[in-house]
Structure formats: C-alpha cells, structure tokens
Design a protein around this ligand. Structure first.
Ligand code: PLP
Length: 383
C-alpha cells in the first residue's frame, strides 16, 4: 500500500495493507508449522526451511516496523533483551563499546556482567555529554556506541545527530534503544543512527500481553549479517501468536503514544513544583534536563514516561505507590494501563536511581483521573 507520501499513521493502521491471498482475510493467518516442504529437486523455492528464523509470522511486523523507522530491514526477537544482546553478540572479543551509565538496568547488568566476560571491552559513560563521548571514543578500537534516549528511568536525553557524527568519524556504529520514544516521536535512523532497537513489549505492542524485541538497520553490512546469524543460530525468536498480536498492537501505535505523551506532559506540569514532590523528571518540561535537544529531535511530544522524586525520601515514595488505586504497582511500561514503580527496589544498590524515585508509565486513561489518584496517594503518604 505504501508509497513515499503515505503517512506513518496509515501504514500502521493497515499494517501496510497486507491481506491473505488464499482467503482474502485482512488479518494474517497464524502459521504453526516448524518446518517447510523441500521441492523434489532438492530446492527450497518457498524460501523457507525452518521456523526458528523464517517464521512467516515475522514478515508483516518486520515490514511495518522497517517502514515506520525508514530502515533497510528489521529483525524480530523474543524480547527486547534478546534483540539488544544480539547487537552486542555480533561483535568480536576485544571490541570496545560505549554505553550509557543511565540506561535500562538489565541490559547494563548484562553488559558489565556477561559481555565483559565474553571479551567485550565495555565502558559506561555519561551519554548526555557529547564531549564525554568524543573523549571516550577510540578510533579503530571502538566498534559500537549504544545510546538510549529518553533514558530509563531518569529520562535523560542524548543528542542522536551529534553523537552519530562523532561515532562515524571514529569508524564505529551507533545503536539507539528507542523503546521510550517510538518511531512516533523520534526517527533515529533519519538522525544518523545505524541501528534502532525496541523492546516491542512496550509501546509497539502496547497491551502488556507479550514480550518482543526488534532491531532495524539503516543498511546491510557485515555487522548486520552477524546479527542475523546470531538470531538464526541462538534462536531467541518470537512465537507465531505473539507476532500476530504485535501487528494488532502496532495498528494503534500512533493514537496510543500521542495520548500517553499528552497526558504525561500534563502530569509533569501539574506536579512540577508541587509541595509533596521534590522533582519531576521529564524532558518535556521547559526547565527539564535535555529539553532543548529533545525539542529538536523529538516530534509531537516527549513520550509517556516520567519519574517523580517524592518529598520525604524512600519511605514516602513507597507509601505513595502503596496508596495509588488507578495507577497499578507493576514493572514494565508502554501499555494502555498506567503503571507506577519504586525503581530502586528493582534495580538494587549498583543503580544510579535515587531512592525517592517513582517511575510512571502513563497509559490512555483520562488524565484527570490519573492526576487525582496521584494527588490522593501523595496526601495519604504524608498524612
Ligand atoms: N530497553 C528498555 C528501554 C526497556 O525498558 C526494556 C524493558 O523494560 C528493555 C530494553 C528490555 O526489553 P524486554 O523486557 O522486552 O526484554
């Protein structure tokens, strides 16, 4: 369906307009076969041999995400972690990589705990400073720079275009975890990144009913071929039903992300300066960290994720979460239901997350209900 002028909202809503040739069904059939017939002359003209990395259910979500990210190709994985780790596993022992100090904690733990043991030279730096990136790059040795923007759970911002220029000058690749921004709000490949990764568990699917991950590349190259090989050989791939659910979720991506983003801004502005809130962390606040860069590189909003630091320290933060009724106390993000979480309880002592921080994933409920519920929970925690 898509031509160059087709808006991404239309691409998403119709999932590229694909239908099943055999039945004229507008939703894809769910194939369950793990194996495919070989032709009598020993060829595989269907192009498919085995389901692990050739599941027909991958085709549509991969094509839709490639179109939305303006990329060359997308690979679907069984989780965001499977997708992200494949990008690093495609490197070689001794390769130097830069990653942010503030990032999705589980990937940071894997990088420092496992990737280093397998021979990657991992250096964590402050990715909000292009000067720090420039100083840390080792031309020839640095092969990959990983950034996350806005970065979980402080929502700090990295300048993708400026970082890409430096990284390319040093002969390395730039990969962006764009889970929070989504293609609705940021197009990392258009800004110069080489790879964009999503935990599709979050906004791309949007309904908290599967785990999935994606990596999209701007160009075919040796590293990308190795990422493909990692997926095919290690096999962290998605099931057929989950792949179908992801397509279903993608159809409403633009509506959901814009609604969550508008509400997150309203919530951030409401609680900024509130007497029971020490600080609101949200790139949409004009006085917020990284706002100028976010204003330039994000389009139409700043995302549905924010954090608040409560007055009264850790005990008050935990009490606020305990007293919410509409906000659900649960981990994860990017679903239609709003979630609240005391992040330090999850991330442990090695994390840079302050003890008084509550992470908020804004869903699509009425924003007044979300604000009222937080107001009563703050009051209850301080009564
Ligand atoms: N990246 C970000 C920013 C995340 O928030 C998460 C999960 O919370 C991941 C990656 C990992 O994704 P998954 O949980 O699908 O493995």
């Amino acid at each position: 369906m898509a031509n160059d002028d087709t808006h991404p909202e239309s691409i998403a809503a119709q999932a590229l307009g694909w239908f099943d040739e055999a039945t004229r069904a507008v939703n894809p059939p769910i194939h369950v076969s793990s194996t495919f017939l070989r032709d009598a002359d020993n060829q595989y003209r269907s192009g498919r041999l085995y389901m692990r990395d050739q599941n027909p259910a991958f085709d549509q979500p991969e094509a839709v995400i490639t179109a939305l990210e303006s990329g060359h190709q997308t690979l679907l994985f069984a989780s965001g972690m499977a997708a992200a780790t494949a990008v690093f596993q495609a490197l070689r022992p001794g390769d130097h990589v830069l990653a942010p100090k503030v990032m999705y904690w589980s990937l940071r733990n894997w990088l420092t705990g496992f990737a280093t043991a397998w021979g990657l030279d991992v250096e964590l730096i402050d990715m909000t400073s292009v000067d720090d990136v420039a100083a840390a790059l080792r031309p020839g040795a640095t092969k990959l720079v990983w950034i996350e923007t806005p970065a979980n759970p402080l929502w700090t911002i990295t300048d993708i275009a400026a970082t890409a220029a430096l990284v390319h000058e040093a002969g390395a690749l730039l990969a962006v975890d764009s889970t929070t921004a989504t293609p609705v709000l940021t197009k990392p490949l258009d800004l110069g990144a080489d790879l964009v990764m999503h935990s599709a568990t979050k906004y791309l699917n949007g309904h908290s009913d599967l785990t999935a991950g994606t990596v999209t590349t701007r160009a075919d190259n040796e590293h990308w071929q190795r990422v493909r090989a990692v997926r095919a050989q290690i096999g962290g791939t998605l099931g057929s039903f989950e792949s179908y659910l992801l397509v279903r979720g993608l159809r409403t991506l633009y509506l959901r992300v814009r609604a969550a983003s508008d509400s997150a801004l309203a919530i951030a502005e409401h609680f900024n300066g509130h007497e029971l809130v020490a600080e609101v962390l949200y790139p949409g606040l004009v006085n917020g960290h990284g706002h100028d860069i976010a204003f330039r590189q994000m389009t139409g909003g700043y995302g549905g994720m924010l954090s608040i630091r409560t007055a009264g320290g850790e005990a008050a933060a935990i009490a606020v979460a305990a007293n919410t009724q509409l906000w659900k106390r649960a981990t994860s993000l990017g679903g239609v239901e709003s979630l609240i979480e005391h992040r330090a309880s999850v991330e442990g002592p090695t994390s840079p997350v302050p003890f008084d921080l509550l992470r908020l994933s804004v869903g699509i409920e009425h924003v007044d209900d979300l604000i009222d519920d937080l107001e009563q929970a703050l009051a209850a925690a301080h009564s």
